[in-house]
Design a binder for this molecule. Sequence first.
Ligand SMILES: *Cc1c(COP(=O)(O)O)cnc(C)c1O
Length: 393
Amino acid sequence: MNKYIDEAESLLMHTYNRAKIVFDKGEGVYLYDVNGKKYLDFAAGIAVFAFGYGNKEYNDAIKIQIDKLIHTSNLYYNLPIIEAAKKLIKASYMDEVFFTNSGTEAMEGAIKLAKKYAYQKTGHANHEIISMNQSFHGRSLGALAVTGQPKYKKPFGPMIEGVVYAEFNHLESVKELVNEKTCAIIVEPIQGEGGIYPATSEFLEGLRKICDDNDILLIFDEIQCGMGRTGDMFAYQGYGVKPDIITIAKALGCGLPVGAFAAIYKVAEAFKPGDHGTTYGGNPLAGAAVSKVFDMFESEGILENVKEVGGYLEKQLDSLVEKYDFILERRGKGLMQGIELNREVKSYIDKAAEKGLIIISGGMNIIRFVPPLIITKENVDEMIGILEECFGE
Ligand SMILES: *Cc1c(COP(=O)(O)O)cnc(C)c1O
């Protein structure tokens, strides 16, 4: 494996400190490296592979579409993306959607749409966006500008103007920033990269009211917490607070690179021909994947499984919090969980990989659990067993 790793390091830009594993194939909730070593996967390619690896129904749908038509550009229509749009609109209760190739592009589009909506209303472009500290919205310059973590942004300034930051779950700090220039509030209903922090109901309800009172758009970034991860199709549905614009990616294509931003009609219609575009976004191949993903959420009973196994995972993690005094707390919802330690977690994550368990961090001191949504209670037990071995050692 070291030969491959050295080669990769000489060829790929060093933007990650990767784990020293070269994966070769996947089967269900297990991954195999090039030496044939087996790993239980509690990361799912960062909250992506909802159905696990090598799912025949999903793979066949993509294979059929590959042979039929992969790409046409957005100068024309294609059938798979119409199907995908229909299902996404039905599941998200939005009215219109724009497909992208990634989460960060979904955020770019959402920001542009909010700005265009305000521009159309006021006749000028001088608007502000309120985002949250500790948030994460992606790596392109627009998405970075609304990301509330200075460590990602410092060398890349100046950022786009007019972005201000409030404290997550602190309504007063948002109210203080609202003025006649505010056009949108961006928030993750559950902060992911920032360390698995769920919003409180009062916070999201309060944001909705601020937005309604001031004709400000509420944008939910559900790129990580959406697509069934919390036990609801979208996390906002568990809170009963509907956004005006939602961004979706990660599990949307379950492995194929596709994202989307969707909006209610009054907002979506602010975009006119020429306002936004993409060459690849919404191509037939991505459409076939998204369409199949939504079908399989129903046929595989994904939400029911997340509720059941998510509840079980929560209970098992809670008992770890009880048992080990270096674990401070558990946070999360469904199959999006984190435990915060009073120390750095990297050595535990490395040790877990040695023992055949893939977990990831969500900040220095937080272990994040975002497994495939098809995991079973037995998989949870296996994971907890390995994790406890690591803690023991
Ligand atoms: C991963 C993520 C993004 C960025 O998505 P990419 O596909 O990596 O560009 C944005 N927001 C949230 C909440 C995410 O978890």
